[in-house]
Design a protein around this ligand. Structure first.
Ligand code: RIB
Length: 272
């Protein structure tokens, strides 16, 4: 069974629950005290992979500050080995998250220390999976993806938030994971990945035409969609590292995504 090496972001999520998301130029009031939660697509995916049974290394960067130290302790305490750079004089990444009463969200990210993440993946083996997203610099992700390919490791690349990727990176990712919105941007760009996995939220997911239905969650049980895609990606990578075939790994991932919308925050027990 291989490991999952996650290269990505670690954020403090400052979460305001609102009745409805504000429109442009609009001010709305929070309906509950602001919460400080652990987030960032990298951290979320690392912890999801660990929950799915993988041995996980988290590669990223935090500030020399209290949230950075708290997050490092959090990872270690949950079975994730932290391989984190300390960015002196730069704050740990912060995300400002609004969540409405239907569980829908809007997010603004201040990258902070995430801009200092490095592609420290030279210990990958052919049994391992490298899992990346795009909240750390694209050139760092590209470097890690190329190293993984050279060392024979599988790459799962979640193109979120969407950014253009070099052709050779698109030719390595197996799969490139996108949601419907990102799939539209990818199609508009004319880029053609080697392997494409599109998630459809409650309607499931499709990996190069291999379709797995969604798991319906009743509307009154949906608490928060933040991190549902991360639960999907982390679980997918964990199951692939465990040797599952595509269909089995996809089914596990769809279930993890459905479970995630039932809880508040982007991780299990997310208080930071
Ligand atoms: O995918 C959800 C994550 O996006 C949040 O935890 C937030 O930190 C942003 O990175």
């Amino acid at each position: 069974m291989g490991r999952v090496l996650v290269l990505g972001s670690l954020n403090v999520d400052l979460v305001a629950r609102v009745e409805r998301l504000p429109g442009p130029g609009e001010t709305v009031s929070a309906i509950a005290p602001i919460q400080r939660l652990a987030g960032g697509k990298g951290g979320n995916q690392a912890l999801a992979a660990a929950s799915a049974g993988a041995r996980v290394v988290m590669i990223g960067a935090v500030g020399d500050d209290e949230p950075g130290r708290a997050y490092t302790v959090r990872l270690s305490g949950r079975g994730v080995f932290p391989r984190l750079a300390i960015a002196f004089g730069v704050p740990t990444g912060t995300a400002y998250v609004w969540v409405d009463e239907t569980g829908e969200n809007s997010i603004v990210v201040a990258p902070g220390a995430n801009a200092h993440a490095r592609a420290e993946v030279a210990d990958l083996t052919p049994e391992d999976v490298l899992l990346c997203q795009l909240e750390v610099p694209v050139d760092v992700v590209a470097q890690a993806v190329r190293t993984a390919a050279r060392l024979g490791a599988r790459v799962v690349l979640n193109a979120a938030p969407y950014a253009a990727l070099p052709d050779d990176v698109l030719a390595i990712a197996d799969p490139l994971v996108v949601n419907e919105h990102e799939a539209g941007l990818l199609a508009d760009s004319g880029a053609v990945p080697r392997s494409l996995l599109v998630t459809f939220g409650a309607a499931g997911a499709s990996w190069d035409g291999e379709r797995v239905d969604g798991i319906p969650v009743p509307a009154d049980e949906v608490r928060d969609s933040t991190g549902a895609g991360d639960a999907f990606c982390g679980t997918l990578a964990a199951r692939l590292a465990a040797g599952d075939d595509r269909r089995a790994a996809l089914a596990w991932a769809v279930r993890a995504g459905a479970d995630a919308v039932r809880r508040e925050g982007a991780q299990v027990d997310p208080a930071l």
